[in-house]
Write a protein that binds this ligand. Sequence first.
Ligand SMILES: *Cc1c(COP(=O)(O)O)cnc(C)c1O
Length: 373
Amino acid sequence: MAIAKHRPSRIVINETAIYQNIVNEKARLTDGTDLFMVVKANAYGHGLIQVAAIAVRAGATGFCVAVLDEALALREAGFTQPILVLGITESQNAALLAINHISATVCSLAWLKNASLFLDAAHVKLPLAVHLGLDTGMGRIGFQTPTKLSLALAYLKTTKQFKFEGIFTHFSKADSTETGYFEKQLKRWCAFMTVVTNRPKYVHVSNTATSLWHDTCNGNLIRFGVGGYGLNPSGVDLEAPFVLQPAMRLESRTVFVKLLKAGQSVSYGATYTAQEDEWVATVPIGYADGYRRQLQGFHVLVDGHFCEIIGRICMDQLMIRLPRQYSVGTLVTLVGKDHGQSISLQAIADYCGTIHYEIACGFTDRLPRVYQN
Ligand SMILES: *Cc1c(COP(=O)(O)O)cnc(C)c1O
């Protein structure tokens, strides 16, 4: 997708916020605990390579990504830290993983055996580092029983093709005030761990929510994602032990301003009709940028005033009602602060009936990312 550099809409990333969130999280960890920054999905929309660099400066010692290509992009950019692919990589890519020193999530013995054939075929001498994923109740990926896990562990002992580097699980309700399900998963985790006799280098159970609100179960690695971007994983249910500083700002400028006469309508479907004469500005951003169409009726900030988004949001443009006439080129804040007022990703997510994760990573590549500190 072409990046729209010649248009005033852009995402501004506050590097200091990301840096500080990581430093604050690291300060809470016991000695010997590593923090891997989760930079999947273009670092939750914040920019993969830039965020990775900030994370290293702040003390992250590795990365988690969702797919192999994100890991390869980090290697291409020169990052030498450990990288774990959290999703399942197809076994035919085993050689590519090993050659690039990228660790794979493994959830079955069958995967190991298949990968072994592909490593042989490619004459790869390096061991492939694996983290065994355990399904303790997330129900997504992972070994489902201690018996299946022990068969894989036994297999790993018979071969030099793999390095048993890590073991982990993922909690599905660590961000909730209701802790019963978490406790259940924790019990299953402990049952799994009884069959692990040789503890690997990394044992990890914590995403952001788990690390903020739960015991990390003797783990020694945090998979720090959303908190690094300054977003509270629970939404507003639980308070974080330190102030999370949101890093993402979304701004634009008015490109057209007009007086809409009473009775005149705006945008597709003519769903909005002016009741009286009013000033209306057009802002060059739309749902093709990831600014969701459901946000009709929501607001942006102009000069410290909340201005309603009127009429349907188009693919590339939207209209807002101004409190008075403003000139073309006036700053419009869609996410972030303006004159003491602010609009959070959380507020946008609430309006859309979703979570801020989805809004943040939904902003498309057409929006330039600009970095400030
Ligand atoms: C995405 C992901 C994380 C990071 O979660 P946050 O809530 O953003 O901290 C950690 N672990 C796994 C397995 C994930 O898929």
